[in-house]
Design a protein around this ligand. Sequence first.
Ligand code: NAP
Ligand code: 3JN
Length: 343
Amino acid sequence: MTWNKPMPEHPVVAVAGATGVVGREMLKVLEQRNFPASKVKALASARSAGKTVPFKDGEIVVEEMTPESFEGVDIALFSAGAGVSKKFRQAVVDAGCVMIDNSSAFRQDEDVPLVVPEVNSHDLAWHSGVIANPNCSTIEMVVPLKALADNAGGIKRIVVNTYQAASGAGMKAMNELYNQTREFLDEEPLTIEAFSDQIAFNVIPHIDVPVGDGVYKEEWKMVVETKKIFGDDSIQVAPTCVRVPVLRCHAESLNVEFNEPIDVDAARRALEAAPGVTVEDDYENFVYPMPGLKQGTDDVYVGRLRADTTVENGLAMWLVMDQIRKGAALNAVQIAETLLPQA
Ligand code: NAP
Ligand code: 3JN
């Protein structure tokens, strides 16, 4: 059933997972975008109850998340993992609160829209209390591809290779890259806990768990989520997802085959006009976006735009995005903004 509870002009917002990498960024984004919340609550596990997280000029005391936490809350921004989202879904919706979930828990549910506002905000019209945020690697790719697909008769096939930052795996993983780099330089034994293998001075060619046929789950997510967001099951997606020793910002190399011709100049114009996209591309002068230099930014940056002459209607490009912002926290807050009553 479609959600019909009106959203107040100044909603009460809960950040569920407020002590994590994404949750802390959500608080920052709410503040930076001046989100008109009447109150912001910070929720996390019992381990964090009583700790504080920074918000605006002060701190918010973290509360343990319980089913009662959502009474009187209008919007809950969840980034506490799929298990926690599943556990609290019913309590959130029963409290009359809209859940905007960053995990994979409900992304493939038929009654849950999977939304990137620049691409498919129209899908918000049919939510029934739960809205899913896609995986960060999918968001990075679909934002620029929307503008190109609209000018080239849709997408036939995408070959994508990701270069994913350590912070995509959370706070522990980010700390592991820091500490392991120091251990490596000091010739100490390496501590390997958050990742399956050494991450300092290495790359790891798998993300998430095996799902069969040689595919890892991050790759599967990119396939099914892209089809759902574009509402087009015919799009073929062939990803290889790789973890690299970068702290923050994911990069992607894309080769895309469109249904109709689009030349490089037309593609550049479409990307320059696209919301949420910045073109940073000057071939002669070696200008392109790089993950180490894009921390804290909001757009998907596009460089190395060129024809892929190995297929009909082919383009190749290089993308960089701060995955904690547009890949998670910012996208969720943008969804929340679209739920506000229009002035
Ligand atoms: P993180 O840094 O490990 O933070 C996890 C958060 O979840 C912490 O606030 C933690 O609270 C809370 N939490 C864990 N178990 C809980 C429980 N039983 N009850 C209540 N809160 C609990 O992870 P993250 O990087 O922020 O990512 C969180 C989730 O966001 C991921 O699992 C994923 O589903 C999604 N996501 C992450 C990214 C990314 O780029 N990092 C991108 C897209 C989506 P405590 O501090 O109290 O343990
Ligand atoms: O690894 C990355 O770079 C992104 C990680 C995303 C992530 C991490 C843990 C659990 C997800 C996700 O968003 O798909 C999940 C999950 O909810 O399954």
